[in-house]
Design a binder for this molecule. Structure first.
Ligand code: GLN
Length: 551
Protein backbone atom coordinates (compact mmCIF):
# COMPACT_ATOMS: atom_id res chain seq x y z
CA UNK A 1 0.00 0.00 0.00
CA UNK A 2 1.30 3.43 -0.95
CA UNK A 3 0.80 6.04 1.75
CA UNK A 4 -1.17 8.96 0.35
CA UNK A 5 -2.24 12.43 1.40
CA UNK A 6 -5.99 12.65 1.89
CA UNK A 7 -7.94 12.07 -1.33
CA UNK A 8 -11.56 13.04 -1.87
CA UNK A 9 -14.23 11.05 -3.66
CA UNK A 10 -17.55 12.70 -4.41
CA UNK A 11 -20.59 10.57 -5.15
CA UNK A 12 -23.59 12.17 -6.85
CA UNK A 13 -26.73 10.71 -8.38
CA UNK A 14 -28.80 11.46 -11.43
CA UNK A 15 -32.03 10.55 -13.26
CA UNK A 16 -34.01 9.26 -10.27
CA UNK A 17 -33.59 8.89 -6.53
CA UNK A 18 -33.33 5.56 -4.68
CA UNK A 19 -30.57 4.22 -6.93
CA UNK A 20 -28.56 3.08 -3.97
CA UNK A 21 -25.92 5.80 -3.80
CA UNK A 22 -25.44 4.93 -0.14
CA UNK A 23 -24.64 1.31 -1.01
CA UNK A 24 -22.20 2.37 -3.74
CA UNK A 25 -20.50 4.86 -1.39
CA UNK A 26 -20.29 2.20 1.33
CA UNK A 27 -18.92 -0.30 -1.22
CA UNK A 28 -16.21 2.10 -2.37
CA UNK A 29 -15.33 2.63 1.29
CA UNK A 30 -15.15 -1.11 1.87
CA UNK A 31 -12.96 -1.74 -1.18
CA UNK A 32 -10.45 0.99 -0.31
CA UNK A 33 -10.40 -0.16 3.28
CA UNK A 34 -9.63 -3.68 2.06
CA UNK A 35 -6.55 -2.20 0.41
CA UNK A 36 -5.40 -0.98 3.79
CA UNK A 37 -6.51 2.63 3.52
CA UNK A 38 -8.07 4.66 6.31
CA UNK A 39 -11.42 5.83 5.06
CA UNK A 40 -14.44 7.77 6.20
CA UNK A 41 -17.75 8.26 4.44
CA UNK A 42 -19.98 11.28 4.94
CA UNK A 43 -23.40 12.29 3.71
CA UNK A 44 -24.52 15.78 2.70
CA UNK A 45 -28.30 16.17 2.52
CA UNK A 46 -29.89 19.13 0.81
CA UNK A 47 -32.84 19.64 3.17
CA UNK A 48 -33.18 22.45 5.67
CA UNK A 49 -33.78 20.43 8.85
CA UNK A 50 -30.68 20.70 11.03
CA UNK A 51 -30.65 16.90 11.22
CA UNK A 52 -33.15 14.13 10.40
CA UNK A 53 -34.02 13.67 14.08
CA UNK A 54 -37.27 15.56 13.80
CA UNK A 55 -38.36 13.81 10.60
CA UNK A 56 -41.19 11.34 10.45
CA UNK A 57 -39.79 7.98 9.24
CA UNK A 58 -42.19 8.18 6.29
CA UNK A 59 -40.04 11.05 4.96
CA UNK A 60 -36.58 9.52 4.79
CA UNK A 61 -36.82 6.22 6.62
CA UNK A 62 -35.17 5.45 9.92
CA UNK A 63 -33.10 7.94 11.83
CA UNK A 64 -29.69 6.41 12.47
CA UNK A 65 -27.83 7.39 15.64
CA UNK A 66 -24.05 7.65 15.87
CA UNK A 67 -22.09 6.69 18.98
CA UNK A 68 -21.43 10.37 19.69
CA UNK A 69 -25.16 11.06 19.71
CA UNK A 70 -25.98 12.59 16.33
CA UNK A 71 -29.32 11.78 14.70
CA UNK A 72 -28.41 11.09 11.10
CA UNK A 73 -29.47 9.82 7.70
CA UNK A 74 -29.94 6.07 7.37
CA UNK A 75 -27.15 5.85 4.82
CA UNK A 76 -24.72 6.18 7.72
CA UNK A 77 -26.05 2.80 8.80
CA UNK A 78 -24.88 1.33 5.49
CA UNK A 79 -21.48 2.99 5.88
CA UNK A 80 -21.01 1.49 9.33
CA UNK A 81 -22.40 -1.94 8.47
CA UNK A 82 -20.18 -2.26 5.39
CA UNK A 83 -16.95 -0.82 6.77
CA UNK A 84 -17.20 -1.18 10.53
CA UNK A 85 -16.00 2.42 10.93
CA UNK A 86 -17.64 4.49 13.63
CA UNK A 87 -19.11 7.61 12.08
CA UNK A 88 -19.63 10.81 14.07
CA UNK A 89 -21.65 14.03 14.01
CA UNK A 90 -19.29 15.28 11.31
CA UNK A 91 -20.43 12.56 8.91
CA UNK A 92 -23.99 13.76 8.42
CA UNK A 93 -24.48 17.34 7.27
CA UNK A 94 -27.59 19.09 6.01
CA UNK A 95 -28.20 22.38 4.25
CA UNK A 96 -29.87 23.50 7.48
CA UNK A 97 -26.70 22.89 9.48
CA UNK A 98 -24.57 24.71 6.94
CA UNK A 99 -26.86 27.74 6.97
CA UNK A 100 -27.10 27.71 10.75
CA UNK A 101 -23.32 27.84 11.10
CA UNK A 102 -23.08 30.71 8.62
CA UNK A 103 -25.98 32.65 10.14
CA UNK A 104 -24.69 32.20 13.69
CA UNK A 105 -21.32 33.46 12.53
CA UNK A 106 -22.96 36.45 10.86
CA UNK A 107 -24.85 37.33 14.08
CA UNK A 108 -21.60 37.05 15.93
CA UNK A 109 -20.15 39.71 13.65
CA UNK A 110 -17.51 37.43 12.18
CA UNK A 111 -17.99 38.56 8.60
CA UNK A 112 -16.90 42.15 9.33
CA UNK A 113 -19.71 43.90 7.52
CA UNK A 114 -19.72 41.78 4.38
CA UNK A 115 -22.87 40.79 2.46
CA UNK A 116 -23.41 37.09 3.17
CA UNK A 117 -24.18 35.13 0.01
CA UNK A 118 -24.69 31.56 -1.14
CA UNK A 119 -21.46 31.93 -3.11
CA UNK A 120 -18.95 32.19 -1.49
CA UNK A 121 -20.12 31.98 2.14
CA UNK A 122 -22.41 28.97 2.01
CA UNK A 123 -20.22 27.17 -0.50
CA UNK A 124 -17.11 27.88 1.59
CA UNK A 125 -18.77 26.34 4.63
CA UNK A 126 -19.76 23.30 2.54
CA UNK A 127 -16.18 22.99 1.30
CA UNK A 128 -14.78 23.28 4.80
CA UNK A 129 -16.97 20.40 5.92
CA UNK A 130 -16.36 18.31 2.82
CA UNK A 131 -12.63 18.62 3.50
CA UNK A 132 -13.22 17.85 7.20
CA UNK A 133 -10.97 20.77 8.11
CA UNK A 134 -9.83 21.03 11.67
CA UNK A 135 -10.92 17.55 12.72
CA UNK A 136 -7.35 16.40 13.16
CA UNK A 137 -7.90 13.10 11.37
CA UNK A 138 -5.34 11.09 9.51
CA UNK A 139 -7.43 9.79 6.64
CA UNK A 140 -6.38 8.46 3.26
CA UNK A 141 -9.81 8.83 1.67
CA UNK A 142 -12.88 10.92 2.41
CA UNK A 143 -15.93 9.75 0.50
CA UNK A 144 -18.70 12.34 0.29
CA UNK A 145 -22.14 11.29 -0.84
CA UNK A 146 -24.51 14.07 -1.82
CA UNK A 147 -28.21 13.35 -1.30
CA UNK A 148 -30.85 14.21 -3.88
CA UNK A 149 -30.66 14.12 -7.66
CA UNK A 150 -28.68 16.30 -10.06
CA UNK A 151 -30.75 19.21 -11.21
CA UNK A 152 -32.53 19.76 -7.89
CA UNK A 153 -32.47 23.42 -6.94
CA UNK A 154 -31.58 22.44 -3.38
CA UNK A 155 -28.38 20.65 -4.20
CA UNK A 156 -26.90 23.39 -6.41
CA UNK A 157 -24.64 24.87 -3.68
CA UNK A 158 -23.24 21.38 -2.99
CA UNK A 159 -22.46 20.96 -6.68
CA UNK A 160 -20.75 24.35 -6.82
CA UNK A 161 -18.65 23.37 -3.80
CA UNK A 162 -17.66 20.11 -5.52
CA UNK A 163 -16.81 22.01 -8.72
CA UNK A 164 -14.50 24.33 -6.80
CA UNK A 165 -12.89 21.53 -4.79
CA UNK A 166 -12.35 19.52 -7.92
CA UNK A 167 -10.50 22.46 -9.42
CA UNK A 168 -8.46 23.16 -6.29
CA UNK A 169 -7.61 19.54 -5.49
CA UNK A 170 -6.78 18.46 -9.04
CA UNK A 171 -5.99 14.76 -9.13
CA UNK A 172 -6.68 14.43 -5.41
CA UNK A 173 -10.40 14.49 -6.11
CA UNK A 174 -12.57 12.11 -8.09
CA UNK A 175 -16.24 12.43 -9.04
CA UNK A 176 -18.36 9.33 -9.23
CA UNK A 177 -21.81 9.77 -10.75
CA UNK A 178 -24.55 7.20 -10.39
CA UNK A 179 -27.29 7.05 -13.00
CA UNK A 180 -30.03 4.76 -14.20
CA UNK A 181 -30.29 2.83 -17.44
CA UNK A 182 -33.94 1.83 -17.85
CA UNK A 183 -35.09 -1.16 -19.86
CA UNK A 184 -38.07 -0.54 -22.12
CA UNK A 185 -39.96 -3.74 -22.45
CA UNK A 186 -42.02 -2.82 -25.52
CA UNK A 187 -38.88 -1.85 -27.45
CA UNK A 188 -36.76 -4.57 -25.79
CA UNK A 189 -34.06 -1.96 -25.34
CA UNK A 190 -31.89 -0.48 -22.65
CA UNK A 191 -31.86 3.29 -22.83
CA UNK A 192 -28.81 5.46 -22.20
CA UNK A 193 -30.40 8.83 -22.95
CA UNK A 194 -31.31 9.62 -19.29
CA UNK A 195 -27.65 9.01 -18.38
CA UNK A 196 -26.45 11.28 -21.15
CA UNK A 197 -28.79 14.03 -19.96
CA UNK A 198 -27.79 13.60 -16.38
CA UNK A 199 -24.11 13.90 -17.25
CA UNK A 200 -24.84 16.95 -19.39
CA UNK A 201 -26.59 18.53 -16.44
CA UNK A 202 -23.56 17.82 -14.28
CA UNK A 203 -21.24 19.24 -16.95
CA UNK A 204 -23.37 22.37 -17.15
CA UNK A 205 -22.53 22.91 -13.50
CA UNK A 206 -18.85 22.59 -14.36
CA UNK A 207 -18.38 19.03 -13.13
CA UNK A 208 -17.03 16.34 -15.41
CA UNK A 209 -17.64 12.95 -13.83
CA UNK A 210 -14.59 10.66 -13.78
CA UNK A 211 -16.53 7.50 -13.16
CA UNK A 212 -20.06 6.47 -14.03
CA UNK A 213 -21.91 3.76 -12.19
CA UNK A 214 -24.93 2.66 -14.20
CA UNK A 215 -27.76 1.13 -12.20
CA UNK A 216 -29.60 -1.41 -14.27
CA UNK A 217 -31.94 -4.34 -13.98
CA UNK A 218 -30.44 -6.00 -17.07
CA UNK A 219 -26.85 -6.72 -17.98
CA UNK A 220 -25.27 -4.00 -20.13
CA UNK A 221 -22.96 -5.21 -22.87
CA UNK A 222 -19.68 -3.57 -23.81
CA UNK A 223 -21.09 -1.72 -26.79
CA UNK A 224 -23.57 0.02 -24.56
CA UNK A 225 -20.89 0.94 -22.04
CA UNK A 226 -18.76 2.21 -24.90
CA UNK A 227 -21.62 4.37 -26.12
CA UNK A 228 -22.02 5.90 -22.64
CA UNK A 229 -18.27 6.38 -22.33
CA UNK A 230 -17.94 8.22 -25.62
CA UNK A 231 -21.03 10.39 -25.17
CA UNK A 232 -20.08 11.35 -21.64
CA UNK A 233 -16.29 11.86 -22.01
CA UNK A 234 -15.50 9.05 -19.61
CA UNK A 235 -12.97 6.23 -20.10
CA UNK A 236 -14.51 2.86 -20.90
CA UNK A 237 -12.91 1.24 -17.83
CA UNK A 238 -14.58 3.97 -15.77
CA UNK A 239 -18.09 3.00 -16.84
CA UNK A 240 -19.21 0.42 -14.36
CA UNK A 241 -22.57 -1.27 -14.08
CA UNK A 242 -24.46 -2.02 -10.94
CA UNK A 243 -26.98 -4.71 -11.70
CA UNK A 244 -29.62 -5.78 -9.19
CA UNK A 245 -28.03 -8.23 -6.80
CA UNK A 246 -29.70 -10.84 -4.61
CA UNK A 247 -28.24 -8.97 -1.63
CA UNK A 248 -26.74 -5.51 -1.15
CA UNK A 249 -23.72 -7.18 0.41
CA UNK A 250 -22.79 -8.63 -3.00
CA UNK A 251 -22.33 -5.11 -4.35
CA UNK A 252 -18.74 -4.46 -3.14
CA UNK A 253 -17.58 -7.70 -4.73
CA UNK A 254 -19.38 -6.92 -7.95
CA UNK A 255 -17.78 -3.45 -7.97
CA UNK A 256 -14.37 -4.94 -7.28
CA UNK A 257 -14.78 -7.40 -10.18
CA UNK A 258 -15.40 -4.50 -12.51
CA UNK A 259 -12.46 -2.59 -11.10
CA UNK A 260 -14.27 0.38 -9.59
CA UNK A 261 -11.67 0.81 -6.84
CA UNK A 262 -8.83 0.34 -9.31
CA UNK A 263 -10.36 2.95 -11.64
CA UNK A 264 -10.57 5.43 -8.76
CA UNK A 265 -6.95 4.79 -7.84
CA UNK A 266 -5.77 5.18 -11.40
CA UNK A 267 -7.61 8.49 -11.71
CA UNK A 268 -5.86 9.71 -8.59
CA UNK A 269 -2.52 8.32 -9.70
CA UNK A 270 -1.93 5.72 -7.01
CA UNK A 271 -0.38 2.37 -8.09
CA UNK A 272 -3.20 -0.14 -8.08
CA UNK A 273 -1.35 -3.22 -6.87
CA UNK A 274 -2.96 -6.54 -6.10
CA UNK A 275 -6.68 -7.00 -5.71
CA UNK A 276 -7.40 -7.68 -2.04
CA UNK A 277 -8.93 -11.09 -1.30
CA UNK A 278 -11.49 -9.79 1.24
CA UNK A 279 -11.66 -13.25 2.76
CA UNK A 280 -13.95 -12.54 5.73
CA UNK A 281 -16.38 -10.76 3.42
CA UNK A 282 -16.43 -13.69 1.00
CA UNK A 283 -16.92 -16.11 3.87
CA UNK A 284 -19.90 -14.05 4.95
CA UNK A 285 -21.35 -14.10 1.42
CA UNK A 286 -20.83 -17.83 1.27
CA UNK A 287 -22.75 -18.23 4.51
CA UNK A 288 -25.46 -15.97 3.15
CA UNK A 289 -25.84 -18.10 0.03
CA UNK A 290 -26.00 -21.28 2.07
CA UNK A 291 -28.48 -20.03 4.66
CA UNK A 292 -31.70 -21.26 3.17
CA UNK A 293 -33.68 -22.57 6.13
CA UNK A 294 -36.32 -19.95 6.84
CA UNK A 295 -37.01 -18.52 10.27
CA UNK A 296 -40.05 -16.23 10.20
CA UNK A 297 -39.78 -13.19 12.46
CA UNK A 298 -42.56 -10.66 13.04
CA UNK A 299 -41.77 -6.97 13.25
CA UNK A 300 -44.53 -5.32 15.25
CA UNK A 301 -44.42 -1.63 14.47
CA UNK A 302 -46.44 1.26 13.11
CA UNK A 303 -44.44 2.43 10.10
CA UNK A 304 -45.38 0.28 7.15
CA UNK A 305 -42.28 1.13 5.15
CA UNK A 306 -39.16 -0.94 4.45
CA UNK A 307 -36.74 1.81 5.41
CA UNK A 308 -38.42 2.74 8.71
CA UNK A 309 -36.73 -0.07 10.64
CA UNK A 310 -33.74 -0.46 8.33
CA UNK A 311 -31.08 -1.20 10.95
CA UNK A 312 -33.30 -3.67 12.79
CA UNK A 313 -34.07 -5.47 9.54
CA UNK A 314 -30.41 -5.64 8.60
CA UNK A 315 -29.38 -6.74 12.10
CA UNK A 316 -31.88 -9.62 12.02
CA UNK A 317 -30.83 -10.54 8.54
CA UNK A 318 -27.10 -10.53 9.45
CA UNK A 319 -27.63 -12.45 12.68
CA UNK A 320 -29.64 -15.05 10.75
CA UNK A 321 -26.86 -15.52 8.21
CA UNK A 322 -24.32 -16.15 10.97
CA UNK A 323 -26.74 -18.65 12.51
CA UNK A 324 -27.14 -20.35 9.11
CA UNK A 325 -30.76 -19.36 8.60
CA UNK A 326 -32.61 -16.94 6.42
CA UNK A 327 -34.71 -14.60 8.53
CA UNK A 328 -37.96 -13.88 6.82
CA UNK A 329 -39.37 -10.64 8.13
CA UNK A 330 -43.10 -10.10 8.41
CA UNK A 331 -44.22 -6.57 9.18
CA UNK A 332 -47.30 -6.46 11.38
CA UNK A 333 -48.96 -3.09 11.78
CA UNK A 334 -49.64 -2.70 15.47
CA UNK A 335 -52.63 -0.45 14.75
CA UNK A 336 -54.44 -3.47 13.32
CA UNK A 337 -53.73 -5.74 16.28
CA UNK A 338 -56.53 -6.70 18.68
CA UNK A 339 -56.83 -9.35 21.37
CA UNK A 340 -59.07 -11.27 18.97
CA UNK A 341 -56.75 -11.36 15.99
CA UNK A 342 -53.31 -11.54 17.60
CA UNK A 343 -53.11 -15.34 17.54
CA UNK A 344 -53.81 -15.35 13.85
CA UNK A 345 -51.44 -12.44 13.14
CA UNK A 346 -48.54 -14.11 14.93
CA UNK A 347 -49.31 -17.61 13.79
CA UNK A 348 -46.22 -19.38 12.47
CA UNK A 349 -43.82 -16.73 13.78
CA UNK A 350 -40.67 -18.08 15.43
CA UNK A 351 -39.86 -14.78 17.10
CA UNK A 352 -41.26 -11.29 17.50
CA UNK A 353 -39.56 -7.90 17.59
CA UNK A 354 -41.48 -5.05 19.18
CA UNK A 355 -40.18 -1.98 17.42
CA UNK A 356 -39.10 1.44 18.68
CA UNK A 357 -41.33 4.45 18.18
CA UNK A 358 -42.79 7.67 19.46
CA UNK A 359 -46.31 8.67 20.46
CA UNK A 360 -49.46 6.80 21.27
CA UNK A 361 -50.56 5.56 17.86
CA UNK A 362 -50.32 1.78 17.65
CA UNK A 363 -49.08 1.25 21.19
CA UNK A 364 -52.12 -0.65 22.50
CA UNK A 365 -51.64 -3.18 19.70
CA UNK A 366 -48.01 -3.59 20.71
CA UNK A 367 -49.11 -4.23 24.30
CA UNK A 368 -51.51 -6.95 23.09
CA UNK A 369 -48.64 -8.51 21.12
CA UNK A 370 -46.30 -8.41 24.14
CA UNK A 371 -48.91 -10.13 26.31
CA UNK A 372 -49.47 -12.81 23.71
CA UNK A 373 -45.78 -13.59 23.20
CA UNK A 374 -45.10 -13.56 26.96
CA UNK A 375 -47.95 -15.90 27.77
CA UNK A 376 -47.20 -18.17 24.80
CA UNK A 377 -43.47 -18.10 25.40
CA UNK A 378 -42.55 -16.89 21.92
CA UNK A 379 -39.02 -15.39 21.80
CA UNK A 380 -39.52 -11.64 21.95
CA UNK A 381 -37.14 -8.71 21.56
CA UNK A 382 -38.40 -5.29 22.63
CA UNK A 383 -36.29 -2.38 21.46
CA UNK A 384 -36.54 1.03 23.12
CA UNK A 385 -40.30 1.76 23.00
CA UNK A 386 -40.62 -2.02 22.55
CA UNK A 387 -38.92 -2.55 25.92
CA UNK A 388 -41.18 0.07 27.49
CA UNK A 389 -44.20 -1.76 26.07
CA UNK A 390 -43.02 -5.01 27.70
CA UNK A 391 -42.75 -3.17 31.00
CA UNK A 392 -46.23 -1.65 30.69
CA UNK A 393 -47.80 -4.97 29.72
CA UNK A 394 -46.18 -6.70 32.69
CA UNK A 395 -47.50 -4.02 35.06
CA UNK A 396 -51.02 -4.35 33.70
CA UNK A 397 -51.27 -8.11 33.51
CA UNK A 398 -48.87 -9.42 36.15
CA UNK A 399 -48.52 -6.68 38.76
CA UNK A 400 -52.22 -5.92 38.47
CA UNK A 401 -51.99 -2.19 37.65
CA UNK A 402 -54.63 -2.09 34.96
CA UNK A 403 -54.04 1.60 34.27
CA UNK A 404 -50.23 1.35 34.09
CA UNK A 405 -48.66 3.28 31.25
CA UNK A 406 -45.79 5.45 30.12
CA UNK A 407 -46.29 9.13 30.85
CA UNK A 408 -45.51 9.68 27.17
CA UNK A 409 -48.68 7.78 26.23
CA UNK A 410 -50.91 8.84 29.12
CA UNK A 411 -49.70 11.88 30.98
CA UNK A 412 -52.07 11.31 33.89
CA UNK A 413 -51.52 7.61 34.51
CA UNK A 414 -51.40 6.87 38.24
CA UNK A 415 -48.94 4.04 37.54
CA UNK A 416 -46.25 5.62 35.42
CA UNK A 417 -44.00 2.58 35.17
CA UNK A 418 -42.25 4.40 32.33
CA UNK A 419 -41.63 8.03 33.10
CA UNK A 420 -39.85 11.02 31.63
CA UNK A 421 -36.18 11.17 32.58
CA UNK A 422 -35.38 13.87 35.11
CA UNK A 423 -32.89 15.53 32.76
CA UNK A 424 -35.61 15.80 30.09
CA UNK A 425 -38.19 17.61 32.17
CA UNK A 426 -37.15 21.20 31.48
CA UNK A 427 -36.31 20.70 27.82
CA UNK A 428 -38.58 22.53 25.39
CA UNK A 429 -36.59 22.28 22.13
CA UNK A 430 -37.35 19.16 20.08
CA UNK A 431 -34.27 18.63 17.89
CA UNK A 432 -31.27 16.74 19.24
CA UNK A 433 -32.43 16.93 22.85
CA UNK A 434 -33.21 13.31 23.66
CA UNK A 435 -30.81 11.04 25.49
CA UNK A 436 -28.68 10.26 22.46
CA UNK A 437 -25.63 8.19 21.66
CA UNK A 438 -23.59 5.57 23.43
CA UNK A 439 -23.72 5.02 27.17
CA UNK A 440 -22.26 2.23 29.23
CA UNK A 441 -24.43 -0.41 30.77
CA UNK A 442 -23.49 -2.99 33.38
CA UNK A 443 -25.08 -6.39 32.87
CA UNK A 444 -26.05 -8.69 35.71
CA UNK A 445 -23.99 -11.86 35.98
CA UNK A 446 -25.97 -14.96 35.11
CA UNK A 447 -28.53 -13.11 32.99
CA UNK A 448 -29.23 -14.21 29.46
CA UNK A 449 -27.99 -10.88 28.06
CA UNK A 450 -24.68 -11.18 29.92
CA UNK A 451 -24.21 -14.61 28.40
CA UNK A 452 -25.19 -13.38 24.96
CA UNK A 453 -22.46 -10.75 24.84
CA UNK A 454 -19.63 -13.00 25.95
CA UNK A 455 -18.89 -15.59 23.30
CA UNK A 456 -18.89 -13.21 20.34
CA UNK A 457 -16.27 -10.48 20.18
CA UNK A 458 -18.38 -7.42 19.52
CA UNK A 459 -17.46 -3.76 19.30
CA UNK A 460 -20.04 -2.88 21.96
CA UNK A 461 -18.63 -5.30 24.57
CA UNK A 462 -16.21 -3.41 26.82
CA UNK A 463 -14.98 -6.29 28.96
CA UNK A 464 -15.80 -7.36 32.50
CA UNK A 465 -16.10 -5.19 35.57
CA UNK A 466 -16.52 -6.81 38.94
CA UNK A 467 -19.13 -9.49 38.50
CA UNK A 468 -20.54 -8.75 35.05
CA UNK A 469 -19.85 -7.46 31.55
CA UNK A 470 -19.88 -3.79 30.64
CA UNK A 471 -21.32 -2.93 27.25
CA UNK A 472 -21.70 0.34 25.43
CA UNK A 473 -24.82 0.88 23.34
CA UNK A 474 -26.55 3.75 21.57
CA UNK A 475 -29.69 5.47 22.82
CA UNK A 476 -32.47 7.67 21.51
CA UNK A 477 -35.22 8.24 24.04
CA UNK A 478 -36.79 10.64 26.54
CA UNK A 479 -38.52 8.18 28.86
CA UNK A 480 -37.15 5.50 31.14
CA UNK A 481 -38.08 2.65 33.45
CA UNK A 482 -39.42 4.09 36.73
CA UNK A 483 -37.10 2.68 39.41
CA UNK A 484 -39.82 3.13 42.04
CA UNK A 485 -41.34 -0.11 40.74
CA UNK A 486 -38.13 -2.10 40.38
CA UNK A 487 -38.62 -4.31 43.45
CA UNK A 488 -42.14 -5.28 42.42
CA UNK A 489 -41.01 -6.25 38.94
CA UNK A 490 -38.11 -8.30 40.21
CA UNK A 491 -40.30 -10.10 42.75
CA UNK A 492 -42.83 -10.97 40.03
CA UNK A 493 -40.19 -12.34 37.63
CA UNK A 494 -39.20 -9.49 35.31
CA UNK A 495 -35.57 -8.74 36.13
CA UNK A 496 -33.67 -5.52 35.57
CA UNK A 497 -30.48 -7.03 34.23
CA UNK A 498 -28.74 -4.03 32.68
CA UNK A 499 -28.15 -0.78 34.54
CA UNK A 500 -26.34 2.40 33.56
CA UNK A 501 -23.69 2.59 36.29
CA UNK A 502 -23.61 6.39 36.36
CA UNK A 503 -27.28 7.36 36.02
CA UNK A 504 -28.73 4.16 37.53
CA UNK A 505 -31.19 3.90 34.62
CA UNK A 506 -32.59 0.48 33.75
CA UNK A 507 -31.28 -0.46 30.33
CA UNK A 508 -32.34 -4.10 30.00
CA UNK A 509 -35.22 -6.18 31.35
CA UNK A 510 -35.68 -9.90 30.92
CA UNK A 511 -37.94 -12.66 32.14
CA UNK A 512 -35.45 -15.48 32.81
CA UNK A 513 -38.08 -18.19 33.00
CA UNK A 514 -39.14 -17.53 29.41
CA UNK A 515 -37.22 -18.80 26.42
CA UNK A 516 -36.13 -15.34 25.35
CA UNK A 517 -38.10 -12.33 26.52
CA UNK A 518 -35.75 -9.35 26.59
CA UNK A 519 -36.24 -5.62 26.25
CA UNK A 520 -33.45 -3.09 25.78
CA UNK A 521 -33.80 0.62 26.34
CA UNK A 522 -30.87 1.05 23.96
CA UNK A 523 -30.76 0.32 20.24
CA UNK A 524 -28.41 -2.60 19.55
CA UNK A 525 -29.33 -2.43 15.87
CA UNK A 526 -27.12 0.62 15.35
CA UNK A 527 -23.97 -1.29 16.16
CA UNK A 528 -24.50 -4.47 14.19
CA UNK A 529 -22.18 -4.79 11.19
CA UNK A 530 -21.54 -7.33 8.45
CA UNK A 531 -18.36 -8.64 10.03
CA UNK A 532 -19.58 -8.15 13.61
CA UNK A 533 -23.25 -9.06 13.83
CA UNK A 534 -24.70 -7.97 17.16
CA UNK A 535 -24.63 -10.62 19.92
CA UNK A 536 -28.16 -9.86 21.12
CA UNK A 537 -29.62 -10.36 17.66
CA UNK A 538 -27.59 -13.56 17.33
CA UNK A 539 -28.88 -14.83 20.64
CA UNK A 540 -32.45 -13.89 19.71
CA UNK A 541 -32.24 -15.70 16.37
CA UNK A 542 -30.79 -18.71 18.14
CA UNK A 543 -33.78 -18.80 20.47
CA UNK A 544 -36.26 -18.29 17.63
CA UNK A 545 -34.58 -21.04 15.62
CA UNK A 546 -34.79 -23.55 18.43
CA UNK A 547 -38.30 -22.51 19.45
CA UNK A 548 -39.35 -23.19 15.90
CA UNK A 549 -37.74 -26.60 15.90
CA UNK A 550 -39.60 -27.58 19.07
CA UNK A 551 -43.03 -26.45 17.91
N1 GLN B 1 -40.79 7.19 22.77
C1 GLN B 1 -39.93 6.51 23.69
C2 GLN B 1 -39.03 7.48 24.45
O1 GLN B 1 -38.82 8.57 24.01
C3 GLN B 1 -39.10 5.46 22.97
C4 GLN B 1 -38.18 6.01 21.93
C5 GLN B 1 -37.67 4.99 20.96
O2 GLN B 1 -38.26 3.93 20.77
N2 GLN B 1 -36.59 5.30 20.27
O3 GLN B 1 -38.52 7.15 25.48
Amino acid sequence: MVKVNTKYIFVTGGVVSSLGKGIISASIGKLLQARGYKVTIQKFDPYINIDPGTLNPYEHGECYVTADGMETDLDLGHYERFTGIETTRDNSITTGRIYKTVIDRERHGDYLGKTIQVVPHITDEIKRRMLREGLGEDLDFVITEVGGTIGDIESAPFMEAIRQLRWELGRNAVCVHLTYVPYLKAADELKTKPTQHSVKELQSMGIQPDILVLRTERHLDDSLRLKVASFCNVDLECVVQSEDMPSIYEVPVNMQKQGLDAAIMRKIGIPVGETPAMRPWHEFLEKQRNATRIVPIALVGKYDLQDAYKSIRESLNLAGIYKDVKTELHFINSEDITADNIAEKLSGMAGVVICPGFGKRGTEGKIVAAEYTRTHDIPTFGICLGMQIMVIEFARNVLGYKDANSSELDEKTPHNVIDMMEEQKNITEMGGTMRLGAYECKLVEGSRVAEAYRPTPSPSYNGEQGDGPIVSERHRHRYEFNNKYMKEYEAAGMKCVGINPVANLVEVVEIPEKRWYIGTQFHPEYSSTVLHPHPLFMSFIDAARSAERES
